[in-house]
Structure formats: structure tokens, C-alpha cells
Design a protein around this ligand. Structure first.
Ligand code: CAA
Length: 380
């Protein structure tokens, strides 16, 4: 067993850590406050090859592995959790299924420019009445000649307000339940595609999401991704990878909160000494450090399995469940270390508490992760 990163993985870690410290950390509070999409930073991510980390170079990506992706996602999210999720959605939820299920023609149009970061992708599964119960899709796609006509809506679509294309899920045969769902590649400038206003959220304020409406939206039949009826499995397999991205995002948020708490504990004095000399603070630091290490091991295990091409639904769910709940615990402890200042907008730690919370919800709530884990355990 080897817990060491390879030279390439270490280099990605060093490069993304430096980039985040230089370009993301100094701006993240302002982007959050003004709900400002980090346009320039996303452009820089693209230049660094971080918008298609595990996509082969021949298809526009960086040609790296999923451990590199996890390491990079942790560092980028340590700098700015919003930038982290913009990157994660483009990599895991958009590029990954196109890479796996797209044909050559689809990859040329819908993968390469997105993996290069020239265009931005998003993932349309969630609906007002199909969140955790992803199979309860109401959006329909009806084949008419050489086209599909799509009607319905999606909501909470991260990157939606800016996306150039969407991997969209819709019912092609309602009678077949989850086996009647299909996946489509849809450019967002298609007539009949309507975006709602950006959502107003508690955290990750610089990453924009919105609802989307499809009104008699016609797309060429050749934009079907995979086969008719494969959509649910494409969505679930994609989320296995997406959950690695969100686990890494949560880990990055936890690291940011922890490192700020450690620094502050050396500056703030109480009862005549720095607070880090009190055992109460030392115990909090010990718990935070241990949980961060544990989360990283679960994350790397899931990423390694994905690199091996092994089904990793349970390991991704474990990493996502643990890292997201851990990030909230760590961010709250870090806020406690800061005392009253932790509650102030003058410090970053209140943002980390808000940003951590969503990682327990999107790409499958903690309850859904527990369902996936227990189903895998119980089937033996
Ligand atoms: N990979 C491949 N196939 C899979 C799979 C996976 N990970 N998981 C399930 N399947 C297959 C099963 O094998 C089964 O196939 P067969 O019928 O041929 O045996 C089929 O799919 C149905 O599986 P289930 O019976 O387990 O399906 P279910 O309806 O009970 O649902 C669920 C399972 C785990 C609850 C699922 O609905 C789920 O994960 N829900 C959460 C959805 C989610 O994460 N949404 C997040 C939206 S994206 C987002 O948040 C994006 C953003 O903007 C950041």
C-alpha cells in the first residue's frame, strides 16, 4: 500500500496550491460578498488545464488521473469554494459523461472546447419534484423524425447561468420508469431553452445556479448521449465521479477553516497567553486535523478506484458523506476558535461555515449517500 503521491500528483498539488494562494484566497471574500462570478479565475483554470483534468489530451483535456483531479479540487476549493464547484461541475458532471458515452462527432463539438475551458458545461438532472428521487423525471423528450422535442424544467443547475451546453436528462418512455430516462447534449442557445434568474443562496455565492425551462425545444436526434433508456445509469455513474469532486471541495473548505483557526489561535490572547496554549483549543485543533486527514484518505481511495476503472459508488458516497459533514464540523469549530470575530464578516471563517453546508446537500444529500452505502454493504 502506498500513501505517497506520485511526482506528477505532487506537482499538481504544488501548482494549484500556489495558484489558489495567489489568485483565489485574496479575492474569495469579495466575490462572495458581491455574488461575483470569478470570470478571470475560471479563465486561468482553463490555461492551467484544470477544466478537463482527467480528459485525454487528444480530447482537449490535461490527460491526468483522478487523484490529480482530487488533489487539485482540494487546493482550488481551499482558495475559493465557489471556484471549486464551477470547476467540479465542468469536469465531473459535464466532461466525464461526454467523454465516456459520447461518439467521436459529439466529443468534437461537446467535449474538446469544454475540456479546454473555452466553453462551460452544466448537468441537468434535478427538477422541482425530482431531487433525491432522481428517477421521478417530469421533463419529456419526444422523438419526431430526426429530432427530439423537449418540454419541462430543471432547477438548481450549477453553472446554469453561464453554461454553453448541458447534459440534460429527460423521459423518453414514462412507462419504463428509470429505464425510460435518456441523456441529451443540448447547446444552451437552442430556441426554446429559457434560463431563470440566478438563485439566491446562503453560500458558494460566486458560483451561480438557476432554473431552466424547455418549451418545445427541438434538438437533433444525433444529440442523444448513449442509448435511449440509458440516462439514469449515465446520471448515477456520473454522480459517482461528481461526489469525488464535492468531497474534495468539502475537504478544501475544511482546510481553509482549519488553517485560519490555527493561525488565529497563535495571535489571540486570553487569560494572559495565546489561546492555543489552552487545552480546550488544542483539543479542537487535534480533532480538526484528524478529521481532515481521515477525509483525505477516503477521498483518495475513491479517486484511485475511479482511476482503476473499478465501480466506486460506495467509496465515492463514503468520501462525500464524510468530507461534507466533516467540513461543517471543522468550519464550525474553526468559527468557535475565533470567538466573536468568527461571527464577523471581517473574517473568512463565517463564509466557510456557509460554503460547507451545501456540500451536505448537492450531488446527493447525506441521507442519499447513506442509502448508497448501506445498499452496497447489505448486498454483500
Ligand atoms: N452506476 C451505474 N448504475 C447504477 C448506479 C451507479 N452508480 N446506481 C444505480 N444504478 C442502476 C442500478 O444498478 C439499477 O439498474 P438495474 O435496474 O438494471 O438493476 C438502476 O440504476 C436503478 O437503481 P436503484 O434501484 O438503486 O435506483 P433508485 O431509484 O432507488 O435511486 C438513488 C437510487 C441512490 C436514491 C438515486 O436516485 C440517487 O442517487 N439520488 C440522488 C440524486 C442526486 O445525487 N442528485 C444530485 C443532482 S446533481 C447536482 O446536485 C448538481 C449540481 O448542480 C452541483
Amino acid at each position: 500500500m502506498n500513501f505517497e503521491l506520485t511526482d506528477v500528483q505532487r506537482e499538481i498539488q504544488r501548482m494549484t496550491r500556489e495558484f489558489a494562494a495567489r489568485e483565489l484566497t485574496p479575492n474569495a471574500r469579495r466575490w462572495d460578498e458581491h455574488h461575483e462570478f470569478p470570470t478571470q479565475a475560471v479563465k486561468q483554470l482553463a490555461e492551467l488545464g484544470l477544466m478537463g483534468v482527467a480528459v485525454p489530451e487528444s480530447e482537449g483535456g490535461a490527460g491526468l488521473d483522478n487523484v490529480c483531479y482530487a488533489v487539485a479540487m482540494e487546493e482550488i476549493s481551499r482558495g475559493c469554494a465557489s471556484t471549486g464547484v464551477i470547476m467540479s461541475v465542468n469536469n465531473s458532471l459535464y466532461c466525464d459523461p461526454v467523454m465516456k458515452f459520447g461518439n467521436e462527432e459529439q466529443k468534437r463539438e461537446f467535449l474538446a472546447p469544454f475540456a479546454r475551458g473555452e466553453k462551460l458545461g452544466c448537468f441537468g438532472l434535478t427538477e422541482p419534484e425530482a431531487g433525491s428521487d432522481a428517477a421521478a423525471q417530469k421533463t419529456t423528450a419526444v422523438r419526431k423524425g430526426d429530432e427530439y422535442v423537449i418540454n419541462g424544467s430543471k432547477n438548481w443547475i450549477t453553472n446554469g447561468p453561464k453554461a454553453d451546453a448541458i447534459v440534460l436528462f429527460a423521459m423518453t418512455d414514462k412507462a419504463r420508469g428509470n429505464k425510460g430516462i435518456s441523456a441529451f447534449l443540448v447547446p444552451t442557445n437552442t430556441p426554446g431553452f429559457i434560463r431563470g434568474e440566478p438563485d439566491k443562496k446562503m453560500g458558494i455565492s460566486a458560483a451561480h445556479s438557476c432554473s431552466m425551462y424547455f418549451e418545445d425545444m427541438r434538438i437533433p436526434a444525433k444529440n442523444l448521449l448513449g442509448k435511449e433508456g440509458d440516462g439514469f445509469k449515465i446520471a448515477m455513474g456520473t454522480l459517482d465521479g461528481g461526489r469525488i469532486g464535492i468531497a474534495a471541495q468539502a475537504l478544501g473548505i475544511a482546510r481553509a477553516a482549519f488553517e485560519e483557526a490555527v493561525r488565529y489561535s497563535g495571535e489571540r490572547q486570553s487569560f494572559g497567553k495565546p489561546i492555543r496554549e489552552h487545552q480546550a483549543i488544542q483539543f479542537m485543533i487535534a480533532d480538526m486535523a484528524t478529521e481532515i486527514e481521515a477525509g483525505r484518505l477516503l477521498l483518495w481511495q475513491a479517486a484511485l478506484l475511479k482511476d482503476k476503472g473499478v465501480r466506486h459508488s460506495m467509496e465515492s458516497a463514503m468520501a462525500k458523506l464524510y468530507c461534507s459533514e466533516m467540513a461543517s464540523r471543522v468550519a464550525n469549530k474553526a468559527l468557535q476558535v475565533h470567538g466573536g470575530m468568527g461571527y464577523s464578516k471581517e473574517m473568512d471563517v463565517e463564509r466557510h461555515v456557509r460554503d460547507a453546508r451545501i456540500t451536505e446537500i448537492y450531488e446527493g444529500t447525506s441521507e442519499i449517500q447513506r442509502i448508497v452505502i448501506s445498499a452496497n454493504v447489505l448486498k454483500g
